[in-house]
Design a protein around this ligand. Structure first.
Ligand code: URA
Length: 246
């Protein structure tokens, strides 16, 4: 919503009075005077008119988790434990997942109640890098890196995967960087070179790295500014709160 609409609707002030109030510097947005009526607002923005709060901000939550193997990347499930069950925060049921992991995959999982942030993380044109450690059932072929860089055609979606960076660390261990996130993508790519993923772990998404001291099942809140900066620039986040377990 634009700011002038919110002010105009407040106590039926009307558009003209709203514009006068805005131009006169009587409106504060997140503690800053804003004189542009088109200033965008969302539900996380605090707005005051003459010092009285007319929109109370909701709490924006950005959270990183070390997802353990065996827990579902879902917000609800009748049978299996979900990642939400691991979070003891009063707002946990408002969260959604920005980039799921398979039940058998571990590593960095991001959750939020801010759709703009998750959208940015997932947007195809943003090409946010996601880094995985992969263990395979067979030695990784010498020409695998070239095949991953070239891309694979996925018939079901009618797409060719974006160039991916495969670095072989050991005969059956590699680090893979993807710039997209398709269903079972890593497993399907290895399947295409006649190999099988036996263990998969996500190390990072954009500038957000799974901290070495965050145990499986643990989670940490991210500062909003750090969460956004990490998506935009790859900077390391600053932590606000923690929920260590184990
Ligand atoms: N690719 C997969 O195959 N599984 C995941 O969990 C993530 C990426």
């Amino acid at each position: 919503m634009k700011m002038d609409r919110l002010i105009a609707a407040h106590e039926s002030l009307g558009r003209q009075a709203a514009h006068r109030a805005i131009a006169a510097g009587r409106v504060r947005v997140n503690d800053q005077i804003v004189t542009d009526g088109h200033h965008p607002l969302d539900r996380f923005t605090r707005v005051e008119l003459d010092g009285a709060v007319i929109q109370r901000p909701e709490r924006a939550v950005y959270l990183m988790m070390h997802k353990p193997v065996g827990v579902l990347s879902a917000t609800k499930d009748a049978v299996h434990p979900t990642v939400i069950d691991l979070i003891d925060d009063p707002d946990r049921h408002t969260l959604h997942i920005a980039g799921r992991l398979d039940r058998g995959t571990s590593g960095l999982l991001l959750l939020t109640n801010d759709g703009r942030w998750s959208k940015r993380l997932m947007a195809a044109d943003q090409k946010v890098p996601k880094v995985y450690l992969v263990e395979t059932s067979e030695p990784i072929a010498a020409d695998a890196a070239a095949a991953f860089a070239h891309g694979f055609y996925f018939h079901t979606e009618d797409i060719t995967t974006l160039p991916a960076d495969l670095v072989v660390l050991e005969p059956q261990r590699a680090r893979l960087t993807l710039h997209e996130g398709r269903y079972h993508q890593v497993k399907r790519m290895f399947h295409r070179i006649g190999n099988r993923v036996v263990s998969l772990h996500r190390e990072s998404i954009g500038g957000l790295h799974l901290p070495v001291d965050l145990p499986a099942g643990g989670w940490r809140m991210l500062e909003p500014a750090a969460a956004w900066a990490a998506v935009a620039s790859g900077d390391s986040p600053i932590f606000r709160n923690s929920g260590f377990r184990g």
